[in-house]
Design a protein around this ligand. Structure first.
Ligand SMILES: [Zn+2]
Length: 120
């Protein structure tokens, strides 16, 4: 995938469908995340089983956070999204612009060259 890619829906109908699918995926993921949480708190679970369940919950949430379903910055689902390959995450166009403005305002050219070359 390209370093930066924007997904913006021009058709209102397609946008509504895409946003509904995102909400459906978020809802299903969070339901599974909650069920794992319930399973984790049962008394008959060993410490290792509880750690294993916590790892699954963390991976599940990370997968959702890294997906296009919601912005990694503000957690909104109903916005156009920009993929940031450096971070491996999707950000809404508002957060992406806000981070880009902050980066351009607060870092010198040398800092950008050294650490943040393709960050935003
Ligand atoms: Zn955002």
């Amino acid at each position: 995938m390209k370093d930066k890619r924007t997904i913006a829906y021009k058709s209102e109908r397609i946008r509504r469908i895409a946003y509904s699918l995102r909400e459906l995926l978020i809802s299903a993921t969070m339901r599974e995340w909650s069920q794992l949480g319930d399973l984790q708190t049962r008394r008959n679970k060993s410490r290792m089983e509880k750690i294993s369940i916590e790892d699954k919950r963390n991976l599940l949430y990370k997968a959702l956070d890294d997906s296009i379903c919601m912005c990694s910055g503000c957690q909104q689902a109903e916005r156009d999204m920009v993929y940031n390959a450096s971070l491996g995450s999707w950000y809404c166009t508002r957060c992406s612009q806000m981070y880009r403005d902050f980066y351009n305002k607060n870092f010198s050219k040398n800092e950008k060259d050294l650490f943040y070359e393709s960050f935003f």
